[in-house]
Design a protein around this ligand. Structure first.
Ligand code: FAD
Length: 426
């Protein structure tokens, strides 16, 4: 019987295995896919390497840095742009209004000065109170629908934290009058492996862990302390950590109370269609990554893998990856060919590159992107988490905890799950 069985070989599962090793425990990771790494697994095609979405590290935790810093890396300044109907604006847009016509600036700032006060219940209330109606309507309310797939009045506010720059009148005025304003992005420096894609940061943990790939978990029985893998094999355990998506885990369990099952079924995440584009020209992107506000462009965000590291493209070439978000609440209607065409047309409209510059395009689908904080989600999620943990199962990771975790936080989450199950003094 295994001391610690870990479901899922993404960064959370790998850091749980790393922590188990530090405690002298015998740990086994079960991973459905053919390789470990989860969302952080990079992929290569014809000399071009891509990650699964933008992926840069801003980890500060010593435990994470002790692993990530083993890999030689480059540091980037966190400068990004926004494409808004024919204009490139610096991010965050409210602090960089300079390129806009005077009358527009006046209307947007007037709205900010006269912003309403009152109860903030939804993300829409929050946006309007932060930025004023005109600014909220022009940028974040549009972006919310593209990225979260729901209108802002259907989202809560607990997830916001430091993720959104609050509006500050002197900052906004300065950025409206001058092009030269300091960056106010909430993270100043970002790290990325010199070679091997983002996956290289977690390679030491992959090498150290005992992982069974191609092992898709089909059923979990906490009373018998057994997990069944697709194909029928049963694995017994003393302790269990799951990083599988919380609703999927509950669906694999028997004797779940009706209320818990209903709560679990109500949780949903965005899905991501990634359109990767390999180009025979160097440096086509205007910034490391950029946001897109136009409604008719399907992608919400684009990054350049070759800007993150020159090792991600052959010499003289570059690359882009476009992120298109959908969910069960707003399924994508376009085909892969239509999504690709939409990205290429936008690329040309933005003046980045021409069709003739394209070497190949590639599509990849991520079934889980961001957990969606629709109104009341946290209460439902907490009931589900409470019930699962009461069955003796430790929960970890972005989808195991069902929280908005960056890779460093997912790492810490895997570690904490082991610390809770096996305190050091024990
Ligand atoms: C588009 C995008 C951009 C991001 N950008 C950044 C960034 O710039 N910086 C940053 O720090 N973080 C970023 N993140 C967040 C980061 O990717 C996550 O925090 C982290 O990868 C989550 O790791 P995890 O181990 O919790 O989950 P996952 O990586 O999803 O791992 C879960 C694993 O479980 C496996 N699994 C699922 N079902 C089963 C089953 N039935 N049986 C066995 N195995 C199963 C999966 O195959 C997967 O390998 C981004 C995320 C996305 C989606």
């Amino acid at each position: 019987m295994i001391d610690l069985l870990i479901l899922g070989g993404g960064i959370a599962g790998l850091s749980a295995a790393w922590a188990a090793r530090e405690r002298g425990l015998d740990a086994l990771v079960l991973e459905a896919r053919g390789s470990a790494g989860g969302i952080l697994d990079s992929f290569s095609i014809d000399g071009f390497r891509f990650d699964n979405g933008v992926h840069l590290s801003f980890a500060t935790e010593p435990e994470v840095r002790a692993v990530f810093d083993r890999t030689p890396h480059v540091e980037h300044e966190a400068l990004c742009l926004c494409w808004d109907n024919g204009l490139w604006l610096r991010h965050p847009v409210q602090n960089n209004l300079y390129p806009l016509p005077v009358e527009e600036k006046v209307a947007l700032i007037d709205g900010l000065v006269g912003q309403p006060e009152g109860e903030v219940r939804t993300y829409r209330d929050w946006l309007i109170q932060q930025y004023g109606g005109p600014m909220a309507a022009r940028w974040p309310l549009v972006y919310t629908e593209k990225y979260w797939t729901l209108p802002a009045e259907k989202l809560g506010i607990d997830w916001i934290g430091q993720r959104m720059r609050r509006a500050d009148l002197p900052e906004v005025l300065r950025g409206a009058m001058s092009e030269r304003v300091p960056s106010t992005y909430y993270i100043s420096r970002m790290r990325y492996p010199r070679r091997g894609g983002y996956r290289a940061f977690i390679e030491p943990m992959i090498e150290a862990a005992t992982i069974r790939t191609g092992a898709r978990v089909a059923a979990v029985d906490p009373r018998a302390r057994q997990v069944r893998i697709d194909g029928g094999e049963v694995v017994g355990y003393r302790r269990l950590v799951s990083t599988l998506p919380l609703p999927s885990l509950v669906a694999m369990m028997d004797d779940v109370p009706d209320g818990i099952r209903a709560d679990a079924e109500s949780l949903f995440a965005t899905r991501v269609d990634l359109i990767s584009v390999a180009l025979r020209r160097a440096r086509v992107s205007p910034s490391l990554w950029f946001y897109i506000y136009d409604r008719d462009v399907l992608a919400a965000r684009v990054y350049s893998p070759s800007w993150k590291s020159a090792d991600n493209a052959p010499p003289g070439c570059s690359s882009l990856q476009w992120e298109i978000y959908s969910s069960c609440r707003r399924p994508i209607e376009a085909t892969i060919a239509e999504m690709t065409e939409n990205c290429l047309a936008a690329m040309e409209r933005m003046g980045l590159a021409a069709r003739d510059d394209v070497i190949f395009t590639h599509h990849k689908y991520l079934p889980f992107g961001n957990v969606v904080f629709d109104l009341g989600m946290e209460a439902r999620r907490d009931r589900v988490r409470g019930w699962v943990e009461a069955q003796g199962i430790g929960l970890a990771g972005r989808f195991g905890e069902w929280a908005y975790l960056w890779s460093n936080q997912s790492f810490m989450s895997g570690r904490s799950a082991v610390e809770r199950l096996v305190p050091v003094a024990a």
